[in-house]
Design a protein around this ligand. Structure first.
Ligand code: PMT
Length: 221
């Protein structure tokens, strides 16, 4: 059994002005089920760091954040001695460099919004990953899914990537079911469409398999 796991969930929200923001369609449902499944497996400490969502697991330490920068700060404050990190969150790739303190007025026909890249939290965790840690990421892709997925798996030093192909027939975001692939170094496995609670069961089963293969916590199996 793992002692301490860290799960991120939901979207991040990048404010533009007091009434507008950049975000995405993540509901937080997947992260919620991943945390609940961790509870069922008697993991003693679950750290749940989430962007704005109403899907908050009970009896779990929930840390609420808004922006990618806040999520990054809370992740690195809590990552010490964590055995498994599962980055379910759909982190905004970009943010506005300037926050406009007043509502932007619609004075011109066109306007350009400057954006700058957010740090990649998972990439940073991957660089610092220890041999006895397991790193799981999720990815939402709409094209060249395996090429992009394999690149992310390697670049971010993940042990498992849960890959969703986002399409009309599989929206992935804010629905109750999903069709995902498990990418590990050297293997791609397709899972049938299932409820997100069942995806969580499969993700945790796979994490325990990886722990066994990596001979992590051998005494506990
Ligand atoms: O919340 P739901 O409605 O249930 O939807 C679930 C989901 C579709 C959000 C989930 O299944 C999912 O795919 N989450 C990851 C979406 C995403 O951000 O994919 P990505 O390819 O942009 O990022 C890949 C990985 O890098 C992710 O683990 C992400 O957390 C991480 N990342 C990305 C950008 C960034 N700046 N920092 C990161 O850590």
């Amino acid at each position: 059994m793992f002692d301490r796991v860290l799960i991120t969930s939901g979207p991040t929200v990048e404010p533009i002005d007091p009434v507008r923001y950049i975000s995405n369609r993540s509901s937080g449902k997947t992260g919620f089920h991943i945390a609940n499944e961790a509870k069922k497996r008697n993991i003693s400490e679950i750290i749940f760091i989430t962007g704005p969502t109403c899907y908050l697991p009970s009896e779990v330490r929930c840390i609420k954040v808004e922006t990618a920068m806040e999520m990054r700060a809370r992740v690195f404050e809590n990552i010490e001695n964590v055995s498994v990190v599962i980055m379910v969150a759909a982190v905004s790739d970009y943010k506005t460099p300037t926050y406009f303190p007043h509502k932007i007025k619609k004075n011109s026909e066109k306007m350009t919004l400057e954006l700058e890249k957010n740090p990649d939290i998972l990439l940073e965790i991957g660089i610092k990953k220890k041999d006895n840690q397991i790193l799981v990421g999720f990815a939402a892709e709409t094209e060249n899914i395996f090429e992009n997925g394999k690149r992310k798996l390697a670049e971010k030093n993940m042990d498992l990537l849960v890959l969703n192909e986002i399409s009309k027939s599989n929206p992935g975001f804010n629905v109750d079911t999903n069709e995902v692939y498990f990418l590990t170094p050297g293997e791609i496995k397709k899972l049938p469409r299932m409820n997100k609670s069942d995806i969580a069961v499969n993700v945790w089963d796979k994490i325990f398999d990886i722990a066994r293969d990596k001979k992590i916590y051998e005494r506990q199996f």
